[in-house]
Design a protein around this ligand. Structure first.
Ligand code: HEM
Length: 468
């Protein structure tokens, strides 16, 4: 076994270390020849101050001058209208610079092929957290996003840490997990109320993905709701209800750190298990991680495996209800479930983007990207790119190549959990159609409430009624 985390002083020493690491990361902004003004942003602003395009008239999206387009406005995603601007950018200015936004200046990459070009050049386009991380939201706006975690690292460190946790989502382990996932899914569905309206997000999507996380971490079952809470706290935009200040966010995540450290300490000298904590504790690449790195990677695994899958579970019900012909196709031919799952992941694009930082001057789509620039790859847009995907704007559950999409990213950071996500979603629908085999039986009966975020595309609530 490894030596575990270095001994820490008092109870709270761990979260002090995290806050310290955030401070250090921030002080790194602007060093190494990167232009400091690139990192200046308006992170202190509240989302409510964002310019509200969505409510300023019906054809506002056609009229906005190109240079004023800011697709990072979170209201665009809550109101489900971002595509109106993305379609303009893909046509008129596929690699687009936005001078001012609530997240500072940034480039938007909106075409499938250009996104692939950025993803496949990690030497030019860095993921490193010290430059601000992997989302448009910098550390000033969200202290959790500058923690070191392998999604926010470049090779070679990224590669070894990714390898350390991969066994838990490898095909052999997934095959072992399938029975358990099916059993739990069937039970959760059996417990749903019938002939009455309920929130699908709570009773199905959150419930099942929380159970899954508890399994992956071998986390105490009765405490499992904490995992989802920590995930939501990590990604919440400040001022949207869950988190008001960065101090508050770090205090809550400090509780997460303390809890996970306790599990680490229990497992580091025990027989190696196949849960994520044991894998981190026993792998050469990760067992001597700094505390903030442990915390960062734990949060990555909590967040990565959680609301993405959750929001696709909700999105699948919504997509089928708004495309009844597809729902009917599915019920007539349940062997389409796997391709329906992939199509829903494309349609939903649970993470609207990933971000990189240019480490040198470079050219992209005819534009000069400067060293230090923030480059945002809008998967939500690439997934609607007609030059790459036929009928990209339609939801079709029987596509020839349903896995050809960008929702899992591309290249060395491509989602390590993608097969697990697909497995969970496939099982939900296999079990759901066994119980309720007729199209429309799982019925959306009201408007979904969408998440206010330029990063997570998902649902707060989705009212559903099952006709038994
Ligand atoms: C990375 C999406 C499910 C764990 C990513 C990335 C995306 C993504 C976009 C970054 C890719 C890139 O930068 O090129 C999704 C979606 C999911 C999902 C849409 C569900 C539908 C999961 C699950 C897990 C997971 C279930 C956990 C078990 C991770 C991890 C990374 C990652 C650890 C970092 C990989 C790396 O940096 O090498 N995911 N994910 N994800 N995802 Fe997922």
């Amino acid at each position: 076994g490894g030596q575990g985390l270095p001994e820490r002083g008092g109870e709270n020493a761990f979260d002090c270390a995290i806050i310290e690491s955030v401070r250090i990361s921030k002080s790194l902004h602007g060093v190494g020849g990167l232009r400091p003004e690139t990192f200046r942003n308006t992170g202190g602003r509240n989302v409510n101050e964002a310019i509200n395009w969505a409510h300023s008239g019906p054809d506002v999206f056609e009229k906005i001058p190109l240079e004023d387009i800011d697709v990072s406005n979170p209201e665009l995603f809550r109101d489900n209208v971002a595509e109106k601007l993305f379609s303009r950018l893909r046509k008129e200015d596929p690699v687009h610079f936005c001078k001012t936004s609530m997240f500072g200046p940034y480039w938007s990459v909106t075409k499938f092929k250009d996104i692939v070009q950025v993803e496949t050049n990690p030497k030019v386009y860095s993921s490193d957290h010290s430059y601000g991380g992997i989302t448009i939201i910098d550390g000033e706006s969200n202290s959790a996003v500058v923690l070191p975690m392998f999604i926010a690292m470049d090779p070679p460190k990224h590669d070894v840490q990714r390898k350390a946790v991969s066994p838990v989502v490898a095909p052999e382990n997934l095959a072992k997990l399938e029975g358990l996932i099916r059993q739990r899914t069937a039970r959760a569905l059996a417990e749903l109320p019938v002939n009455e309206t309920f929130n699908w997000v709570e009773l199905v999507s959150k419930n099942l993905t929380t159970q899954m996380l508890a399994t992956l971490f071998d986390f105490p079952w009765e405490d499992r709701a904490k995992l989802t809470y920590w995930s939501d706290v990590t990604t919440a935009l400040r001022g949207t209800g869950l988190v008001d200040t960065e101090e508050q966010r770090m205090a809550i995540l400090g509780e997460c750190a303390a809890y996970m450290t306790r599990l680490w300490n229990e497992r580091v000298n025990a027989e190696p298990g196949n849960d994520l904590i044991s894998l981190l504790a026993h792998s050469d690449a990760t067992r001597n991680m700094a505390p903030e790195e442990f915390m960062g990677n734990v949060l990555l695994l909590i967040v990565g495996g959680n609301d993405t899958t959750r929001n696709t579970m909700s999105g699948s019900v919504l997509a089928l209800n708004t495309h009844m012909a597809e729902y009917e196709k599915l019920c007539a031919n349940p062997s389409l479930i796997p391709s329906m799952v992939s199509e829903t992941i494309r349609w939903q694009t649970p993470l609207s983007h990933m971000r990189r930082t240019a480490l040198e001057d470079t050219e992209l789509g005819g534009k000069l990207i400067r060293k230090g620039d923030k480059v945002v790859m809008w998967y939500a847009s690439g997934n609607r790119d007609e030059d790459e995907i036929e009928n990209a704007n339609s939801y079709l559950i029987d596509r020839a190549q349903p896995r050809h999409h960008l929702s899992f990213g591309f290249g060395i950071h491509r989602c390590v959990g993608n097969r697990l996500a697909e497995l969970q979603l496939r099982i939900v629908w296999e079990e759901a159609l066994k119980r309720w085999p007729k199209a429309g039986q799982i019925q959306v009966v009201g408007e979904p409430k969408r998440v206010l975020s330029p990063f997570v595309q998902g649902y707060e609530s989705l009212p559903v009624r099952i006709a038994a």
